[in-house]
Design a protein around this ligand. Structure first.
Ligand code: ADP
Length: 490
């Protein structure tokens, strides 16, 4: 199974621009698909930062059907790869400072509906070979709400490619006032509960969930969870209706970026056979963050968006008890101002034990993964989660809530799993500080009192294979199914 023509539609891709897991996936899955002899092109908005970083950029098209004359299509390469990149250059929408979805002050751009509707129209023109590229994909692979309108706009075209919609996080819908439906001049048939309407507003994500030929999310457990009211954000009914079209495919790791044996951001390299480099990274990390340099003090790391989803409040709740256990904590993240302030206050109260860096730093993320002994990820829900997988690769034992991709990737160090030699981390069940604390205590006492078992847990995680090769195969199967079911109602 090979030689599919795939248009991979994304609103971020590492190393051009990244705010979270989608950026990592879009920067690596297309590379893995290309390695399996598929003709793949990534299409993304031409954000100012992305234009600066893209390689071999040139004009690809000035005239696209159904798209204003002011929009052009640029063509280049995803840096460091041979994967072709198409950038949708609509300067009024994308050539500005700030993030892909929000202004530098953290507020969503006020014209996000217009920005991603324009993006979707250009993607549709390319998908239908109406963008002057002389190339038509067999598959259009959309990701998250920013590309949700694409399957909807394509749905009525008889010669359209098959469409896939991947949910990286169901909590973000791209929900706008219903008046936008008119002002964006979307086709009338798309309105209504069978279309893009959701709670009297316009929902971009519904475009993907209603109209894509196949839907997937990024772990098998999350694919089950989103069909329940607790995780479904009001979309569980629709997802149950389309259950025969919904699967879960676990994300992989780009070992070119995330490998402790040759990580560009580390001074000391290591692997599962030679772990002394890890201790040196711990020493560097303690020095860098101004913590007391004690080799034996358990060092916990946390990297991520500082939002309720990630259970930051649970961590804040147990800080006094954690500090009594004589451990250290390093946090890197950005997000809700209240969490930022509370974390900074904790660091001020325990300067020898807690260090917090508010900001986005690829280098620090790698250094924390390498230098910490344990990684905290007490998420309320987690579609896949990459940080716990990076932790496994870097011998940093994850402490996770039993949900979504965390449940699918980390194996709890209970008696049975220890006996089977499969334990790779520590789980807790419910999103409560009362359950997070005992999980931390279990990890800390294993670290202190059972060094042999600790080493076994570390190496079990490090030896797991999370390469994209396997997941890419599952995506190719998904593409084939989508082509078979193209246009058939579910
Ligand atoms: P999500 O997509 O929900 O944010 P994931 O665990 O799937 O969570 O992916 C997060 C990605 O973003 C990881 O590569 C992680 O290292 C990175 N990341 C998150 N916050 C930061 C930050 N403040 N600095 C650097 N990298 C970050």
């Amino acid at each position: 199974m090979a030689n599919n023509k795939i248009l991979f539609v994304t609103s971020e891709a590492y190393p051009l621009i990244k705010t979270g897991g989608l950026g990592d996936v879009a920067g690596s899955l297309p590379v893995a698909l290309k390695a399996q002899r598929n003709d793949i092109r990534i299409i993304m908005p031409a954000y100012r930062d992305a234009m600066r970083k893209a390689e071999k950029l040139g004009f690809a098209s000035f005239h696209m059907e159904g798209v204003p004359e002011t929009v052009r299509l640029l063509e280049g390469r995803l840096p460091g790869t041979t994967v072709k990149l198409l950038l949708v250059d609509s300067p009024v929408h994308f050539d500005r400072p700030g993030g892909p979805y929000a202004a530098p002050d953290g507020h969503d751009w006020g014209d996000n509906a217009e920005r991603f509707a324009t993006f979707a129209r250009v993607v549709s023109a390319v998908a239908l070979n109406k963008a002057g590229l002389d190339w038509q994909p067999d598959i259009v692979h959309c990701n998250d709400w920013q590309s949700g309108l694409v399957p909807a706009l394509l749905s009525q075209h008889p010669n359209r490619p098959a469409t896939i919609f991947t949910i990286h996080n169901l909590a973000y819908h791209g929900h706008f006032d219903s008046s936008k439906f008119q002002s964006l001049h979307l086709p009338h048939f798309l309105w209504g509960m069978q279309g893009l309407e959701f709670h009297h507003g316009l929902s971009f994500i519904k475009g993907g969930l209603v109209f894509a030929d196949m839907i997937n999310t990024v772990s098998p457990t999350y694919a089950e969870e989103i069909r329940t009211p607790h995780f479904g954000y009001g979309l569980d009914g629709l997802l149950n209706h389309r259950a025969d079209r919904l699967v879960g495919i676990l994300n992989g790791v780009d070992y070119k970026q995330w490998n402790p044996a040759n990580d560009l951001y580390l001074k000391h390299h290591f692997d599962s056979h030679k772990l002394d480099g890890k201790a040196k990274n711990k020493d560097e990390l303690q020095k860098q963050f101004g913590l007391s340099q004690q080799a034996d003090t358990p060092l916990l790391g946390l990297v991520g968006r500082l939002v309720e989803q990630k259970g930051i409040d649970l961590v804040l709740d147990i800080i006094p008890q954690l500090m009594e256990l004589d451990v250290q904590l390093v946090v890197l993240g950005t997000g809700a101002k209240t969490f930022q302030a509370k974390l900074e206050a904790a660091a001020a109260k325990y300067p020898q034990q807690i260090a917090v860096h508010i900001g986005f730093s690829e280098a620090m993320a790698h250094q924390i993964e390498a230098g910490a002994d344990m990684f905290l990820m007490p998420s309320r829900f987690e579609p896949c989660g990459l940080n716990q997988i990076y932790s496994l690769c870097y011998g940093t034992v994850p402490i996770v809530r039993h949900t979504g991709g965390l449940a699918d990737t980390v194996i709890d160090a209970n008696e049975e799993n220890i006996k089977l030699g499969q334990a790779s981390g520590f789980h807790f069940e419910h999103a409560s500080a009362h359950e997070l604390l005992p999980a931390c205590q279990r990890a800390i006492s294993t670290y202190r009192q059972q060094p042999k078992l600790w080493k076994k847990i570390i190496t079990t995680g490090m030896k797991q294979d999370f390469s994209w090769k396997q997941s890419a195969k599952h995506y190719l199967e998904l593409y084939q199914t989508a082509q078979q079911l193209r246009g058939k109602h579910s």
